[in-house]
Design a binder for this molecule. Structure first.
Ligand code: NAD
Ligand code: IPM
Ligand code: MN
Length: 337
């Protein structure tokens, strides 16, 4: 291969960065800083998304942003959301769901570990209540519907079993099969897929019990697979059990196209603009990107270790320390070199 500029720009890896809202730009700056140090060959592009995009263009996910994400090698996303739009017709969260659906990132990996706890929630991300028919009837009744096709359950279950094989080979499938039709489908399909993975120990757990078990004995879990809404709620709980939302990363994966790598937490309007947000969740999401989008395991592990070192040295206020976002990022960069 020639080393002409054209050839190299064709082969370079493109990361579309979505800085988002609230603390989003603050934690994104930390991620970009670390990436320039650790993986200077990656091309970082920024695009408008969320409330920032609504203000500039009238829509949360502008065409141009979507096109850039589609053709990227990975999407690195900071949180979106702004109280100003909570009751508006056009809301930042709509663009986020649209982006997930457009990229078909059905498997949302949300790892949580601390001490004896090391679990991975695999949350179905493009189905269920978030995407069913909804509306408000003339009499004022509001409704959201939860639908799952067997194939939607099957593909995320298979992904979860595969991941369990790379870990402690235990899978807990969480549902509400004592009440919901979609959950009975979920349980049946997971059971069918389980036959292909006799080496993985699988059990079913009702979601209310799962919340209690997560709060009282989180060390019992290895991989948890669950539908969209249950996964949203349980993953904030798992984060709380393992150090808080400031630490919790995620990777949203499809079968082929680009993945989305973003923290579990939101735009934290209560602390935005003060430069004190914990960037660890964003940095760990960046490590997941290096691992899952680019197969760069060594860099991913190095970043994870550097984040741990940084957190020890310069903890942010959410962890009882007094470091700023930038100071923790400095400590991570220092630990990398
Ligand atoms: P949140 O996750 O933004 O905040 C919950 C609490 O955790 C707050 O007290 C906040 O200060 C704290 N927190 C969160 N991240 C932190 C960090 N990195 N460092 C230190 N403290 C942190 O949840 P919320 O307040 O319910 O939601 C705020 C907005 O974020 C809403 O508009 C919501 O829709 C949006 N949201 C977006 C995403 C996303 O883009 N992925 C995820 C969740 C919520
Ligand atoms: C998350 C967030 C989103 C979700 C919101 C902002 C739409 O809470 O990523 O966990 O519910 O999926
Ligand atoms: Mn959530």
């Amino acid at each position: 291969m020639s080393a002409s500029p054209v050839a190299s720009s064709q082969t370079s890896l493109r990361v579309v960065c979505l800085p988002g809202d609230g603390i989003g730009p603050e934690v994104m700056a930390a991620a970009q800083r670390v990436l320039r140090e650790l993986a200077p060959d990656l091309e970082l592009e920024e695009r408008l998304f969320g409330a920032a995009a609504i203000r500039a263009t009238g829509t949360s996910l502008p065409e141009e942003t979507l096109a850039a994400c589609r053709s990227a090698d990975a999407v690195l996303k900071a949180p979106i959301g702004d109280p100003e739009f909570d009751a508006a017709d056009v809301r930042p969260e709509q663009g986020m769901l649209q982006l997930r659906a457009e990229l078909d990132v059905y498997a949302n990996l949300r790892p949580a570990s601390l001490g004896g706890v090391d679990l991975l929630i695999v949350r179905e991300l493009v189905g269920g209540l978030y995407f069913g028919a909804r509306g408000v009837r003339e009499d004022g009744t509001a409704f959201d519907t939860c639908e799952y096709h067997p194939s939607q359950v099957e593909r995320v279950a298979r992904r979860a079993f595969e991941l369990a094989r790379t870990r402690r080979r235990r899978l807990t499938s969480v549902d509400k099969a004592n009440v919901l039709e979609t959950s009975r489908l979920w349980r049946r399909v997971v059971g069918e897929v389980a036959r292909e993975y006799p080496d993985v120990a699988v059990d079913d757990m009702l979601v209310d019990n799962a919340a209690m078990q997560l709060a009282s004995d989180p060390a019992q879990f290895d991989v948890i697979v669950t539908e969209n809404m249950f996964g949203d709620i349980l993953s904030d709980l798992a984060a709380a059990m393992t150090g808080g939302l400031g630490l919790a990363p995620s990777a949203s994966l499809s079968d082929d196209g680009p993945g989305i790598f973003e923290p579990v937490h939101g735009s934290a309007p209560d602390i935005a603009g003060r430069g004190v947000a914990n960037p660890a969740a964003m940095l760990r999401s960046t490590a997941l990107m290096l691992e899952h989008a680019f197969g760069r395991l060594e860099e991913a592990r190095a970043l994870e270790v550097a984040v741990d070192v940084g957190l020890q040295k310069r903890p942010t206020p959410d962890l009882g320390g007094n470091a700023t976002t930038a100071e923790l990022a400095d400590a991570v960069v220092e630990a990398l070199s």
